[in-house]
Design a protein around this ligand. Structure first.
Ligand SMILES: Cc1cc2nc3c(=O)[nH]c(=O)nc-3n(C[C@H](O)[C@H](O)[C@H](O)COP(=O)(O)OP(=O)(O)OC[C@H]3O[C@@H](n4cnc5c(N)ncnc54)[C@H](O)[C@@H]3O)c2cc1C
Length: 491
């Protein structure tokens, strides 16, 4: 299914996914490669840096949850991250809008480690509706929160904005408390393969090239770096008109008055429309701000750029260059024309490039659009996600979507699990990445403990362990019933 700019749809989970601006494809000025021949790299012996039960590669929301979940089951876990922080796009990518932890009835279906992380944030690091409002259809409350990231389709949702520095710190401290061996500034370059199964990874750092051996590897890179290089099948379809193909670098403006901006946007719709039209005319790729965890900080998700590959460094560089320039142009335009932005300044451009999709695993199971209306509950359910809109029931996430169709020794989690493009629209969101990460961590720990491949893990024990770690599953799954849920968590 294709989505045209400006089209409102029930097939998208985020208000920010709805195109309201004109996009345009660009030619690829940098990524058109010349054939300059090849260079034969000499084989060499490299030192083994560490041996462990479970190696998690990538410290985004999914990798953080995977490492913590595995360590809590007693596994010796190493977590490798190429940057200097945890949280991935939810922190370093400035995707600070956690969309969404509740379903359309206001039930708190995203539980476990994601819930724990949000609960650990100081009160002034989270902005969102009180628990008593989750699920409210009161038009006034929904209208209020719709301006502030936390209502969609007329329903108030628990989808707060957070302080990225606090989430980095909370993620790091949770990982360290569970005795995970955390290594920043290391880039996993290739899987270690033994008899066709993944048994660790080779990584590069300032210390050179080293190996990390593990019984099970969790690929939480977001781009399937490990499973792709290990030869697992994956999907990399591209819909040029679809948001999932767009890349962008987010940024924050400080020194703003967002309440004043919201008054203008909601109170003067004609002037707001004229402002947006002028901005599009001037900048072509023109973005509107979202609220953040503070009134004086505005979040821009960044202009959506289409026609580039997230797997090509020349393309990635081009997106960064254009985004940084557009950020400065936005500042000038907003300062001059937008109520509440007169004193704005460039606070931060995201250290991590915003990639929605590059590769998706071909797994033992695949979550598809056809599943949405059925309310089917997989017998290997490891998580429950809200559907894209109130017209669909909650959707079951199977363990099989984390298990490669053929490759052994590896589990995938986060934004590259096995699903179709439509289902990817919500499975790539931060809350869902926390739940698939937690499931992968538990699966990997059990596989390592029992010396079996991840596909052979006892699913009954996996589900019991997840429930023991606070995850929400449906034990009466066979009837397709939603188990009654205690409402808890941060307000
Ligand atoms: C523009 C944009 C807007 C979005 N809006 C929202 C939103 O409003 N709400 C929402 O909930 N979600 C949103 N998302 C989706 C969400 O942010 C991501 O899909 C989610 O963070 C993915 O989590 P992850 O753990 O799978 O991967 P990531 O967050 O990408 O983390 C992967 C981590 O792995 C590391 N890594 C990658 N490769 C390697 C390697 N080879 N070696 C070592 N480390 C490596 C990276 O540095 C990174 O830290 C948005 C995404 C984008 C791009």
């Amino acid at each position: 299914m294709k989505f045209k700019p400006g089209q409102r749809t029930d097939e998208r989970i985020l208000a920010s996914d709805i195109f309201e601006v004109e996009r345009f494809d660009v030619e690829r000025p940098r990524g058109a490669h010349l054939d300059l021949g090849t260079w034969q790299e000499a084989a060499r012996e490299i030192p083994v840096y560490r041996r462990c039960d479970v190696l998690v590669v990538g410290g985004g929301p999914s990798g953080t949850a995977a490492a913590v979940a595995a360590a809590r089951l007693g596994a010796d876990v190493a977590l490798l991250e190429r940057y200097n922080h945890l949280g991935g796009l939810s922190t370093g990518g400035l995707v600070i809008w956690i969309d969404r932890m509740t379903d359309w009835e206001g039930r708190h279906v995203i539980r476990g480690i994601g819930e724990e992380l949000l609960d650990r944030l100081p009160a002034d690091a989270v902005a969102g509706p009180a628990r008593s409002e989750w699920g409210s259809r009161d038009p006034a409350r929904a209208a209020h929160w719709a301006q502030r990231t936390a209502a969609y389709h007329g329903v108030v949702t628990w989808s707060p904005t957070v302080d990225p520095e606090r989430l980095k710190l909370a993620s790091q401290e949770l990982v360290l408390e569970t005795k995970v061996h955390l290594v920043y500034h290391c880039w996993a370059a290739a899987p270690l393969l033994e008899d066709g199964a993944v048994r660790g990874a080779i990584f590069e750092s300032k210390a050179g090239r080293q190996a990390l051996r593990a019984r099970v590897v969790v690929d939480a890179t977001g781009d399937g770096d490990l499973f792709a290089r290990a030869g697992a099948a994956f999907e990399s379809d591209i819909e040029r008109d679809d948001i999932h193909h767009c890349m962008n670098t987010a940024w924050l403006f400080g020194g703003v008055d967002m309440e004043r901006w919201l008054e203008f946007k909601a109170g003067q719709p004609e002037q707001f429309a004229a402002f947006m039209a002028r901005g599009r005319e001037r900048l072509r790729l023109f973005e509107r701000p979202f609220v953040s965890w503070r009134n004086d900080v505005a979040l821009f998700m960044g202009p959506r750029q289409s026609g580039f590959s997230a797997l090509d460094p020349d393309d990635q560089t081009e997106v960064e260059i254009r985004s940084h320039r557009l950020m400065a142009e936005h500042l000038e335009f907003y300062r001059a024309n937008a109520p509440g932005f007169g004193g704005a300044f460039l606070m931060l451009s995201a250290p991590q490039l915003g990639v929605r999709h590059s590769r998706r695993l071909v797994g033992v199971r695949r979550i598809t659009r056809a599943q949405w209306p059925t309310a089917a509950v997989f017998d290997d359910e490891v998580g429950v996600t809200p559907a894209v809109s109130p017209k669909f029931p909650n959707i079951s996430i199977p363990y099989g979507a984390l298990v490669p169709e053929k490759l052994d020794g590896l589990l995938a989690c986060g934004r590259h699990i096995a699903c179709d493009p439509s289902s990817h629209g919500f499975l790539r969101e931060i809350p869902q990445c926390w739940i698939t990460g937690q499931a992968a961590g538990v699966g990997a720990a059990l596989a390592a403990r029992d010396c079996v491949e991840p596909r052979a893990v006892d699913v009954g024990e996996l589900q019991a362990r997840l429930l023991g770690q606070g995850a929400h599953l449906r034990p009466d799954a066979a009837e397709g019933n939603e188990a009654p849920l205690e409402r808890s968590g941060a307000a």
